[in-house]
Design a protein around this ligand. Structure first.
Ligand SMILES: [Fe+2]
Length: 536
């Protein structure tokens, strides 16, 4: 069986056949569990087995999260939380109580309000006479803001590798937040019979129902590296497809079959479990969100699964892609985004950053083929309306952040990369945005039958707007923003086959303000010197 998609699709790994998995896994699961190497980080202790997290920071509030694993039965538990300006909790500024209840799978989510902007806080929970690990978080700045530094990542497949990249992100104490661009969990039943699977997550089947999704989140969140990333940074996260099912769209998913029940029920279960387990602010079914980093940057986190039209099935059918108004965001979110972009430009905010899931830049292949019908290339009208707004209003300094394709890319974003009148790759003239694609935390890159070097050459030859691409490394990226330029730095870990501390800087690209041209840099951007203390 082919284990991953061949290059040309650039999507996520193929699902395994369920029956193959069941046959293969029964004999080998205990062996895999017994062989797992020890992780370096300390796991959390009861009742806070899944650690702590924070997320969706605003200037005056932030979401705090934990789970209180019940000792027995289904009893509700009371939880106290405290927030302080110092890790010793001598200057407590906020506190309160919450309940861990069965109807939210014993997860606890608090919106801690009344906070000061651009401030680091430490927090902890108490329940059953025990204290949780101490978490660290930070609010957003207001007004004049000279600099912003974010981590961004995606595609953390538990079965396909250790979360070493999460541990490296956790160590970067200077980050304002980490963006998770989706595929935080994978729904698949993974087969332990394959040599490239390093650990098999519970439950040992494809996740379909609420109890399954909850169990899968719980399993991932026992990972010490993932816990540490959450403990040290506020996370701004939104799902891609695998938090639901592969190649999800509003009416179904490639990996949803009729014998798995209704898509509506499965989607509701997946979304519910995600909201229970992630530190996301919940606002009446509007999962897309906006964050403002003073006068330096606006960030939109886009939702590209629940409202999108179905993917075109045949990627050679170039007519199908142009036919009709195939929507990726849905009309309400699209209006919200376009209005937000207009307002951001009118306010004079320096940069517009789009945190989203699938590749945005046009990447036409020879013969009008669409490489990846699941990306924005599959929804050209939606993208054209964004291009139209940027062009009509002369709105520059747009930065798209992307996950999904398990590979690293730096791209200029012209309307049509092959229209040499409208776009000049030598100068970047005609590029309306830049796009930075983060590799998988652990998910494997595409299969490249002719080899990675040839695949890279082919992409660069066919797509003059692609400045850099790397297909095999796993890791994460940083976004460093100031008033003059934006820079993305890519870091790849040395392995995901075992816990390891090794990482290396593999590339950096920057765009100066007012220009859509990307330039390579020799060294990663310097972290600021005044990083706040990590949570102890
Ligand atoms: Fe993925």
């Amino acid at each position: 069986m082919r284990s991953r998609r061949e290059f040309g699709n650039l999507g996520a790994p193929m699902p395994l056949d369920r029956r193959t998995f069941l046959r293969a896994s029964a004999a080998t699961l205990p062996l895999i569990a017994g062989c797992a190497p020890l992780v370096a980080l300390r796991p959390s202790t009861a009742p806070f087995l899944h650690g702590v997290a924070s997320g969706d920071p605003l200037a005056d509030r932030v979401i705090l999260w934990t789970r209180v694993t019940p000792e027995s039965g289904t009893a509700e538990g009371e939880v106290r939380w405290r927030m302080a300006l110092d890790p010793q909790f001598e200057r407590v500024v906020a506190s309160g109580e919450a309940v861990a209840a069965a109807d939210r799978d014993y997860t606890v989510k608090v919106d801690a309000v009344g906070l000061a902007p651009d401030t680091t806080y430490y927090y902890r929970f108490e329940a059953n006479g025990a204290s949780s690990p101490i978490g660290r978080t930070r609010t957003l700045p207001v007004g004049p803001t000279p600099r912003l530094r974010l981590g961004f990542c995606s595609c953390s497949n538990y079965a396909w590798g250790w979360f070493n990249a999460y541990a490296r992100l956790a160590e970067r104490t200077e980050l304002a937040a980490v963006l998770h661009l989706g595929d935080y969990i994978y729904e698949y039943a993974e087969s332990s019979s394959r040599s490239d699977i390093v650990r098999v997550p519970a439950p040992y089947r494809e996740v379909v129902r609420l109890a399954d999704y909850r169990a899968r989140h719980a399993e991932y969140r026992l990972d010490a590296d993932l816990q540490e990333m959450h403990r040290q940074h506020p996370v701004i996260a939104l799902w891609d497809d695998h938090e639901l099912a592969n190649n999800a769209w509003r009416g179904g998913a490639q990996n949803h079959q009729p014998d798995e029940g209704s898509w509506r029920a499965r989607r509701a279960a997946a979304v519910r479990a995600y909201l229970e387990w992630l530190p996301v602010r919940e606002s009446q079914g509007r999962y897309y969100r906006h964050f403002r980093f003073g006068d330096l940057a606006d960030l939109w986190m886009l939702e590209t699964r629940l409202r999108r039209d179905k993917q075109v099935a045949d990627r050679n059918d170039s007519v199908a892609f142009r036919r009709g108004d195939r929507r990726l965001l849905g009309p309400v979110q699209e209006r919200w985004l376009l209005d937000g972009i207009t307002r951001s430009a009118r306010d004079g905010t320096a940069w517009r950053v789009f945190g989203q899931q699938v590749v945005f830049a046009p990447l036409p292949a020879d013969g009008g083929r669409v490489r990846n019908p699941d990306s924005w290339d599959g929804y050209p009208r939606t993208r054209e309306r964004i291009f139209d707004l940027w062009e009509r209003r002369g709105i520059a300094d747009n930065v798209v952040l992307t996950g999904d394709v398990h590979s690293s890319w730096a791209m200029e974003v012209p309307r049509d990369p092959r229209d040499r009148h409208a776009y000049d790759p030598a100068t970047g003239r005609g590029a309306l945005a830049v796009e930075f694609v983060t590799p998988g935390i652990s998910s494997p890159g595409p299969v490249l039958p002719a080899g990675a070097d040839r695949a890279v050459r082919r992409v660069l030859d066919e797509n003059p707007n692609v400045r850099w691409v790397e297909f095999t490394g796993r890791g994460y990226a940083l976004l460093d923003v100031d008033r003059e330029r934006v820079q993305s730095d890519w870091f790849h870990v040395d392995t995901v086959q075992e816990p390891s501390r090794g990482e290396r800087f593999v590339a950096g690209y920057r765009a100066r303000r007012g220009s859509g041209q990307l330039e390579p840099v020799d060294a990663p951007s310097e972290p600021p010197r005044d990083a706040p203390e990590p949570a102890p």
